[in-house]
Structure formats: C-alpha cells, structure tokens
Design a protein around this ligand. Structure first.
Ligand SMILES: [Zn+2]
Length: 433
C-alpha cells in the first residue's frame, strides 16, 4: 500500500467517505459500504454486505478470533443528516482538508469514527493481529431516521453478523476541563425518549363571539404551565455516582448535586442535572387551523426523557399528578425508545481507563448517561452487549463540536481523528489480547 502513515490513511479515507453523499433520507448508504469494503479487502479483511433494499446496504467486516475470547464490535453509521450548502463555507460533500481539519457533512457525526474503525481493522489485519475473539466492524445504514434498514434490521434478520459481547459506538469521548481536572467522557448509558401527547377537548365556535364556545387552546394553557413548573424528585444513578466520585471525590445527596457541581463548572452542572430525573419539555402544540375558528381540540406534544430503568407505565401517574384533575384531557404515550445501560465494571471500561492513562496521563475517564440515544440500545437489547459511546477528542473543544454536529461547517481536526484511531487500535489489542 502506497500510504505512508496511518494518519494519512485515515485522513484520506474520511475525505473519500464524506464525498459519498449519504444524506438520509434517502440514505443511499450502499456506495459508502462498497467504498469501505474495497478499502478493507485490499488489506485482506473479510467483508459482507447486508441489505434490506439494494441501495441501503450495511457492511460487516471481521477478523476471526484465534480462541474463545470475547467478541468486540466497532460500530458506526454511514448515513448523515441534510446539509444546506448555502450555510457552509466549503461544499458540504467536498471532504476538503484545510488547516489541519477535514471538512464536510459527517466529519463528526460520524464518518470520522467509521473511517477510524475501518483503518483500525485494516491496519491490525496488516500487522498480523490475531485477536482472542472476533473483531467485527459494522458500518450501518439509517441511524439518523431509524426506518429499519440499519442495525435494528441486522439484529433481527442477521443476528450472527453483529452478535457481540462488547461494542464501541458513538456518543461521547470529548475531553473536558472541570475545575483543576481533565476528564474524558464515556457514554455507558442512555436515557429513554418516551414522548406523550395531551389532548384537551372543548367546543368550536366563531372567534368573534368567544363566549359561545369552549376554547380548547385556552384550557390547555394551565396544563402547559404545570408541566413547566414541575420539579421532579432527583436520584443519583450509577453513572452519575461514579462520575461524582471521580470529579468531586465524594457523592453528595441528589438534591445537592447541582449546587456542588455548579461550583466546579456551571455548564457541566446543567448537563448533570438532566441526568438526575425524568424531564418534560412541551415542544409542539396544535389547535385551530383558522384564526376565526375557536378550536374544539388542542394537542400538546411533550418531549419526555426517562432515566434508564424508568418505564412509561411508571411515569404516567406522575404526569397525571402534575396535570391535576380540574381540566379534562386524554393522555397518549407515543413510542418509547432507548433507556438502556451497560455495566461499569467490564473489560471495556478497563480498556477506556487504561487508554486515557497512557494517552493523556493528566486526565481520567468518567462514565456518563447520555440525554439522547444511539444505536447502542439495539445491541444491549438483542445480545446483552456491553456497549459504550467513546471516540476521544481533545483538539476541538466539546462545546465547539456540539455546535457543528447536524449544523453547518462540520469538521474534525486530523489530530482528533488520529487520536480516535489510536484508541480503537489500543482497545482491540487490549480487550482481545
Ligand atoms: Zn450519529
């Protein structure tokens, strides 16, 4: 192979991956899967494409284990969200390398990690690496929309292709400075999204004569205010507990966590607060379609996130208590997703810890529950996989990358891409030694 360094190799592969437009919808991830297959096969890695429809293929590559060690999966999705070229300072599918950064849609979410995973597997294969258990790389379709062409479909229809004991996925990895310490965030759990709708009924009428009608929109108003005023009971779950122990050196009672963390870092305290309880955010309201018609029905949609372990059935009485009983309403829970966790005392955690100690001795790894969810829950649910979201970064501050994901001018420093590749090679060597 003509490429001289892994840094150059991963930069080139990411650049080429970005040039494959996999905007979802429609996705068209097959072109990305084929590019990765061609790249991996050149290093002698066994590859297979799995597709529910021809244009939306998933790639699974594998280095077979020599013994009965655990199976480790590198997971990544190849689809990206829409990019409006007018907002960008480069063409969003150019994959341009400029001033030490690779630009384009997917540079952070998450073709960077996909490219690093592919290069980790290819380079380990070229090194003659013989893992104790299988090392698998899955580059899947359709994460951003979730219409059943990607990992969920693989788990259901081709479980043997992706069954694994341990998995590394997206979700976290940023280095944060909190007070005097530096930490790398590793996502070991995810909240559940459990949205619900409140339907309030009234009686329509002409808006010029409000007294003859019963305005459903007005009746819904106090319910919205009650949701906003709700102060949930807080609890410290295992991820926050471990994080507090590392960052503060102790675990304060749940109702003191926010204030104590606020003294260390205000932004991080806000993040942690969302992990102490369920959250309710009313985001969509629908009522009359005409200004001169008083609505007979008002529907309020609420984004509701539960802690891992909480269920919609458990939270329903809480919601009803918040709404009170003086306004008639119907409550409808929509489809819930996510809300899974992996244990913290695992060989994969030890690998995260050991990598941080080696790569950045001043820093420590801390586990975290994500307020959003990723494809990790499919693996946890299907196989009981220990799945962590961890792709480390330290050159681009986390608060900068957070504003670029799903936004304009998405880009990644080559230094961070190389750091992530270093982690993945380390993880495979450590876990599958
Ligand atoms: Zn993503």
């Amino acid at each position: 192979m003509a490429v001289t360094t892994l840094r150059a190799e991963v930069t080139d592969l990411l650049s080429r991956l970005i040039q494959v437009d996999t905007t979802n919808p429609p996705g068209n991830e097959t072109a990305a899967a084929e590019l990765l297959r061609d790249y991996l096969e050149a290093s002698g890695v066994e590859c297979e494409l799995y597709a529910r429809v021809p244009e939306r293929a998933n790639l699974v590559a594998r280095i077979r284990g020599r013994g009965d060690g655990p199976t480790l999966l590198f997971l990544g999705h190849t689809d990206v969200v829409l990019a409006d070229a007018n907002e960008w300072s480069v063409a969003p599918f150019s994959g341009e390398v400029r001033d030490g950064e690779i630009w384009g849609r997917g540079a952070l979410d998450m073709k960077s990690q996909v490219a690093a995973e592919a290069v980790a597997v290819a380079s380990l294969a070229r090194d003659g690496f013989e893992p104790s258990g299988d090392l698998i790389f899955a580059a899947t379709a359709d994460e951003e929309v979730g219409d059943g062409f990607g990992l969920s479909w693989l788990c259901e229809e081709h479980p043997d292709a992706v069954r694994c004991d341990l998995a590394i996925n997206e979700g976290a990895g940023e280095r944060v400075q909190l007070g005097g310490g530096a930490y790398y965030i590793c996502a070991t759990a995810e909240k559940m999204t459990a949205p619900f709708r409140i339907h309030v009924r009234g009686r329509s009428g002409h808006a010029s004569m409000p007294n003859i009608a019963d305005n459903a929109l007005v009746k819904a108003a106090p319910l919205i205010e009650r949701i906003a005023a709700y102060r949930p009971t807080q609890q410290v779950q295992q991820e926050v507990e471990a994080c507090l122990r590392i960052v503060l050196g102790e675990v304060p009672p749940a109702d003191e966590v926010f204030a104590r963390m606020h003294e260390v870092d205000a932004t991080f305290a806000e993040l942690l607060q969302a992990l102490l309880s369920e959250t309710f955010s009313p985001t969509i309201i629908g009522a009359s379609q005409k200004r001169n018609v008083i609505p007979a029905l008002c529907t309020v949609e609420v984004d509701c996130r539960l802690l891992p372990g909480q269920t919609p059935a458990e939270i329903e009485p809480v919601v009803r208590a918040v709404l009170g009983d003086d306004v008639d309403y119907e409550l409808e829970f929509l489809e819930a997703k996510g809300g899974t966790r992996s244990a913290l005392d695992t060989p994969l955690w030890d690998a995260v810890d050991a990598w941080v100690a080696e790569a950045d001795p001043e820093a420590r790894a801390v586990p975290m529950c994500c307020a959003g969810f990723t494809d990790s829950h499919w693996l946890r649910e299907a196989f009981g996989t220990v799945a962590y979201g961890f792709f480390p970064s330290r050159t681009m501050p986390g608060e900068v990358s957070a504003t670029l994901i799903h936004s304009a001018d998405e880009r990644i420093p080559v230094d961070d891409l190389e750091l992530g590749l270093d982690w993945l090679r380390f993880a495979a060597r450590t876990v599958l030694a």
